[in-house]
Design a protein around this ligand. Structure first.
Ligand code: NAD
Length: 495
């Protein structure tokens, strides 16, 4: 089995020094699985100093809408490393995801999720699967910028940045190189989102050229994800934007055998957070039946990160021995394969008893000291591109016919910017729309100079004034610009 580890600016600890780590016991099954994990870490001789912090349900209920109190941040920033049990997000509006808040506040841009199968001891259709999903962790639809724009239409902004793509693609290739991986697959939907996903794909190709020894490929996310579900052995490392990565990594973990086994690290330039990918499983909380493996393997990734690879190897090997000895929690128990059904505590004890043992059927794991990844500092490009205003998209709330709307909009034209088209949900409906096209109360109206020549900025103000005079219900606008002569906007569907 290949060694899978997370590696970033590792704070290799001095032999005798304890490395401080912030630790939270979480909600639901959190306290049970964290207790088991901490026992194993202690028995294995991990040189860690635990700084307990409280996040999650209790903190939400104290009125902190993101599940973390302001004073807790300092501890996290100081420790730089956080081992987190799953937490429960209260139902209902007004609560922000703690995970998203921590990832974005601490700049944890890379989410690394190894998904390996442990056949035949853990049931799976894919015994040779060993995939690492590297998910961009801060951008995309998770910017959480949402608006209700009309009675019928709601919007969520998908933001993809060039520095964000550069960081995550660089991380994926560095990870592959550091871990002896052979191939990195990029997955996007750039056949539809040509600018945003197109940028991710383009940056992947550019950065990939620095890694000639690594095979590179691109898949459209839909077919790519289907292949992960059916033929995961085709893949090695996968890098993908935030939302796709979120879904893909759960699919991959499930296909590997159990979400209860999959660990995850969230890596930034300054801090890192380690956790299981599963949630707080309130349905089985307090029953001593939860599988602590996902959190334990996350703790193994953490030990590699803080420069304790020998302890990481000892724990990982002891865990593999436990699995191949058939000592299984309920979620992975199989008649005929498993030897003993155990609870959370007993599983932890079984791992402790096997510390120092080497697996007989699985390959032995040997982690080594990892040097910090070669991530280039992100600089804004030295020379800014030439940006020329050539038009504007105006979004209007309107419930009558499109021809009536077009007439009013034409009265708002300026010297250079003329009405070129109107779309509804992205499809061109004027001029020459189809009666079959379904329309809502949300219209995107494109004014553009033809040929695309620079428009004086003053005309932005003119057009707004004209729209007011035409009594149109303005929602928002997007300027249309050329960047070094290339359009920074997409065509309308059907244009
Ligand atoms: P879940 O992952 O908690 O549970 C899904 C199913 O998997 C349940 O049947 C559960 O019993 C089982 N399961 C999960 N972990 C297991 C383990 N270690 N051993 C054995 N079985 C296990 O997902 P959910 O039910 O959708 O979410 C429950 C709560 O967890 C929600 O409040 C959600 O917001 C939260 N959540 C937190 C995190 C996190 O803190 N990182 C992640 C996901 C969900």
């Amino acid at each position: 089995m290949n060694v899978v580890c997370s590696s970033t600016a590792s704070s290799a600890s001095n032999q005798n020094e304890l490395t401080p780590i912030a630790i939270s016991y979480g909600d639901g099954i959190g306290p049970e699985i964290m207790t088991a994990v901490v026992d194993i870490l202690n028995q294995a001789g991990a040189k860690l100093e635990y700084w307990p912090i409280e996040v999650g349900e209790t903190v939400y209920n104290q009125g902190h809408s993101s599940g973390i109190a302001p004073e807790t941040w300092q501890k996290l920033q100081k420790a730089k490393v956080f081992l987190k049990a799953p937490i429960t997000t209260p139902q209902g509006g007004g609560f922000k995801s703690l995970n998203v808040t921590i990832r974005k506040t601490l700049g944890l841009y890379a989410n690394v999720r190894p998904c390996a199968s442990y056949a035949p001891f853990v049931k799976t259709e894919h015994p040779h699967m060993n995939v690492v999903v590297i998910r961009e962790n801060e951008e995309d639809l998770y910017a959480g910028i949402e608006h209700r724009q009309t009675e019928q239409v709601y919007q969520c902004l998908k933001l993809i940045t060039k520095p964000g793509c550069e960081r995550i693609c660089r991380y994926a290739f560095e990870y592959a190189r550091a871990n002896g991986r052979k191939k990195v697959t990029c997955m996007t939907k750039d056949n539809i989102m040509k600018l945003t996903d197109g940028l991710f794909h383009k940056v992947f190709d550019e950065i990939g050229s620095d890694y000639p020894e690594i095979q590179k490929e691109h898949r459209i996310i839909d077919i790519g994800m289907a292949q992960v579900a059916c033929r995961p052995e085709l893949f090695d490392v996968i890098v993908t934007p935030n939302l796709y990565g979120d879904i893909l990594s759960d699919v991959a973990a499930e296909v590997a055998g159990s979400v209860g086994l999959a660990p995850s690290s969230n890596i930034g330039d300054h801090c890192a957070m380690f956790e299981a990918i599963h949630g707080s499983a309130p349905d089985i909380a307090g029953q001593n039946i939860a599988n602590p493996s996902g959190l334990l393997l996350a703790a193994v990734m953490m030990l590699v990160h803080v420069g304790q690879p020998e302890v990481a190897s000892a724990i990982h090997n002891a865990w593999l021995c436990t699995i191949e000895d058939g000592i299984h929690t309920k979620d992975i128990y199989q008649l005929g394969i498993s030897k003993e059904l155990v609870g959370t505590r007993e599983f932890g004890n079984a791992v402790c008893q096997r510390l120092g043992s080497i697996p007989k059927q699985f390959s032995t794991i040997t982690y080594t000291e990892v040097s910090p990844l070669q991530s280039e500092p992100i600089h804004a490009s030295q020379t800014r591109q030439k940006k020329e205003l050539v038009g504007i998209d105006i979004f209007i709330d309107w419930t009558r016919t499109v021809d009536e709307l077009a007439m009013r909009l034409q009265s708002a034209e300026t010297q250079h910017m003329k009405l070129q088209m109107i779309t509804n949900r992205g499809v061109k409906v004027w001029p020459n729309g189809f009666p079959e096209t379904f329309v809502t109360d949300h219209w995107r109206c494109r004014f553009i100079s033809d040929p695309q020549l620079e428009v004086p900025k003053q005309e932005l103000q003119d057009i707004m004034g004209n729209l007011l005079k035409a009594e149109l219900d303005f929602i928002k606008s997007e300027t249309l610009c050329l960047f070094d002569g290339q359009p920074g906007f997409s065509l309308g569907q059907g244009q």
